[in-house]
Every structure is written in C-alpha cells, then in structure tokens.
Design a binder for this molecule. Structure first.
Ligand SMILES: Nc1ncnc2c1ncn2[C@@H]1O[C@H](COP(=O)(O)OP(=O)(O)OP(=O)(O)O)[C@@H](O)[C@H]1O
Length: 425
C-alpha cells in the first residue's frame, strides 16, 4: 500500500534520510520508533508528501505519491501531526467537519452525507459529547481525539500519526491506542504511527520499524525488533526485557546506570554467582548496572534466577531441571569460576545440583567468596551427607564472607575489588 525505494531527504544539505526502503501493506499497524533526531518525523512527512524527497520514490497503491492531486491524496491519506494546535476558536463540530473539505465544492454547503460521516466519526472517537465545546477548552486527550476524528472524516485508507500520545497521561495514552487498534481492526484502516514509547508500540503495533540515523536498523514484530542488543546498539542503553503477561509482547524496563565513572572502573571485575530459586532478584540488576561482569551457573532452566539472568542477557551455565549436572556443564562452570575475581553463593547446599556446584568450588580455594543470606542457611538442616563436609571446609577458609543484607553486599564487593586492584599493583 505504501512503499518507498531508496528514499533520501536532506535539510539544508544535511542528510537526514539515507536511503529508506519500506513496504507497508493494507491493514498494517506500524510503529516507527528510534532515538531523538533519527528521522522518524521526517520520514512520516515524506510519506504524507508534506516534504519532498531529494531522490528515491514513495508509492501509494503502486502510484507515485507526487502524481496524486491534493484532493485525491486527502481522500486516501490523513495525518495527525505532532503539533496539533488549532489557532482558531472553532467548536469541535466545525473542526471535525473540516475533514470533509476534500469532498466539498468551494462555497457549497455541507451535505447530508458530510453530516452523517461527521456524526459517525464523532461516535467512534467518543467526541459527540464535546460537540459544542470550543477546541481550546479541551484537555490534551480530548483534543487529540478531535484531531483524530477530523482525520477520520476524510475517510482515508491510511492514517499517519506523529507521536499521538506524547503529551498525554497514561490513561489517555491507552485510550488513544485502543481507538487506533479499533480503527485498524474494525475499519481496516492502515495505521502508521511515530512514537517514543517502546512499550506502547510493542503492545499495540503489529510491526515495528526501528530507525537509527536516517536508516532502517530493524523491522518486524515487536519480539524481533525490541531485542536487548538492538536497543543497546540504537539507544546506547541497557534494558531488561520481560514479557508483558497481558499481551505476551516484550516489556522493556530501563536498567539505571548508577554511576558511569564507577561502571568504567568495574569493567574488568568478574563475579560468578551460584544461585537458585529467585535468590538473586534483589541485587542482580543492580550489579549489572554497576558494570560488573557477571556470570552464573549452574542454573536450572526455568528457575526464577535463570529467567532473570536471561532477561538481563547474562552469560550462564544452564542445566535441565531434575537432572544431575553433567560433565560438560561442570566444565563450563569451572571455566567461568576460574575467570572470576569473586564468587557469590546465594543458595543452600542441599540437593544434587548444589552439591555439584559446591564440589566445583572445592577446586578454587584461593577465590574470594561471599555467601549471601547466611541467616537462611543457619535455619536449614544441611548437616547430613557430603554437602556438609564440603560446606564446613568452605566455611573454615578465611576468604569467605557471610552477609545477610543486600546493602552490605555492595560495600563488601567494593572492598574486595579494591583489595584486588591493590594486590595487582
Ligand atoms: N525544519 C528543519 N530544518 C532543519 N533541520 C531539521 C528540520 N526538522 C528536523 N530537522 C533535523 O532533522 C533531524 C531529524 O529530525 P526528525 O524530527 O525527523 O527526527 P525524529 O526522529 O522525529 O526526532 P524526535 O524523536 O526528537 O522528534 C534532526 O537532526 C533535526 O534537527
């Protein structure tokens, strides 16, 4: 339906769009995302012909966009611009009726058909009750619904929106995107929207187009586009990606980078974590944001710590649950431990899996170890079997530190890191 070929555009000789090839189909619901200044709005304006490309082409239904008369184009394609200020004191009804201009002859009166269509779009956009109100007396969310209603009154096949929810609160954001979804599903409107909100677009749009510096960096489903590495590459940001339980689409959370200087300093300090059962949930993301190099193992696939480590994109040794750790997994774990400057243990020395983990540790008596949540351990009965022997031996060493608190963990790591650096000098 909309296609571009080698689309290039520049403002004052500054290349903004650097060869965009895209192909959108009838009924698509597309989200165009990307960092500030990457060229999203410029692309949208080229698609709606409010800017003219330097080279390359835009096609609408296989016809070059430039060949459409403005009336024909307005009947096919409507735009909800980023800054939808209306400078006149019109009431809502008159504003929406403006969408009928492409269908009206000059000086002609509004027809019954115009009135019927305006009424329909007011119903769909829930703006009937605002009919008599002055446009400048509306809230941001109401105004946006009116501007969308005006665009719909054009009876377009494609709706282009530039950040339709940027100034709206979370309630109105959902309302506008629900409306777009309804229009897309029920009226088969093709929707192309620029947005900064990765989670909203992930939840509502069927396809995403990720723009970086005027080029398409990635396109496809939300799962395909919103990967940790794409976001790192394009936004230079570390994120946590989970599945939104309602939509099953990716849900992105920013990992705060606590202190960039600190992060740089920590870059080479490696920590290997032996955990299980979600015992890392209070500190794992913090350690990542502090810049430590984290590995984990051996974790059972499906375990809460395994899940979190995956979401954080960490390197780990994984094992099938309810199976003994096999030789290969032991080997991988040993490799990770041998590279680590510090080992953190969070779980308890019982069960096959942890026994194997403990046995591996026996081979690294020289490594500093932190045992988190020692209080928990004292409560448990681990006094039987081989685990006890290994465990007691570990506890006898003077390079194992027992901690109960997350806060103490960070200061203890810093202390060990410092002494490591001093011993290297
Ligand atoms: N009218 C203009 N004249 C000159 N340069 C412009 C103009 N409009 C935009 N630019 C520049 O073109 C580049 C792309 O701008 P554009 O608005 O398309 O980016 P964007 O991805 O939509 O950004 P944002 O997310 O911040 O809205 C930016 O560097 C911007 O400064």
């Amino acid at each position: 339906m909309i296609k571009t070929e080698k689309l290039k555009f520049s403002y004052n000789k500054e290349n903004i769009l650097k060869g965009i090839d895209l192909d959108f189909y009838k009924g698509d619901f597309i989200g165009i995302i990307g960092p500030n200044g990457s060229g999203k709005s410029t692309l949208l304006k080229n698609l709606s012909r409010s800017l003219k490309a330097d080279s390359g082409s835009v096609y609408l239904d296989n016809k070059v966009l430039a060949e459409y008369s403005s009336v024909k184009l307005a009947k096919k394609l409507a735009v909800v611009p980023q800054d939808s200020q209306v400078n006149f004191n019109f009431n809502v009804y008159d504003i929406i009726m403006m969408g009928r201009h492409p269908y009206q002859k000059r000086w002609s009166k509004t027809s019954d058909k115009d009135k019927k269509i305006v009424r329909e779009v007011m119903q769909v956009t829930d703006t009937l009750k605002l009919k008599e109100k002055n446009i400048n007396a509306l809230s941001g969310g109401e105004r946006q619904r009116v501007i969308i209603a005006r665009a719909l009154a054009q009876k377009p096949e494609v709706l282009l929106l530039d950040e339709p929810t940027s100034s709206l609160d979370i309630n109105y954001q959902g309302e506008i995107y629900d409306l777009l979804k309804y229009l897309n599903k029920n009226l088969e409107l093709t929707i192309i929207t620029v947005s900064h909100d990765l989670n909203l677009t992930a939840q509502y749009c069927e396809k995403l187009l990720l723009i970086k510096s005027g080029k398409i960096f990635a396109s496809g489903s939300a799962e395909e586009v919103l990967t940790k590495s794409n976001i790192k590459e394009v936004y230079n940001t570390e994120v946590l990606i989970k599945k939104n339980p309602l939509s099953n689409r990716p849900f992105i959370t920013l990992i705060p980078s606590a202190n960039l200087q600190e992060n740089k300093k920590n870059k080479d300090f490696r920590i290997h974590i032996i955990a299980g059962g979600g015992t890392t949930k209070n500190f794992l993301a913090d350690l990542v944001s502090l810049g430590y190099q984290i590995t984990l193992g051996v974790l059972n696939i499906g375990d809460a710590d395994w899940q979190l480590a995956r979401e954080l994109g960490l390197e780990m040794v994984e094992a099938d649950p309810f199976e003994n750790i096999n030789e290969d997994e032991v080997k991988q774990n040993k490799e990770m431990i041998s590279k680590a400057d510090l080992i953190i243990l969070t779980n308890l020395p019982f069960g096959h899996g942890n026994l194997a983990n403990l046995k591996i540790l026996e081979e690294f008596p020289e490594k500093n170890k932190i045992l988190l949540n020692n209080i928990e351990i004292e409560k448990r009965d681990y006094t039987k079997g081989k685990a006890e022997l290994i465990w007691n031996k570990l506890l006898e060493a003077d390079n194992i530190y027992l901690l109960a608190e997350k806060e103490n963990l960070f200061s203890e790591i810093k202390r060990l890191e410092k002494s490591e650096m001093e011993s290297e000098l």
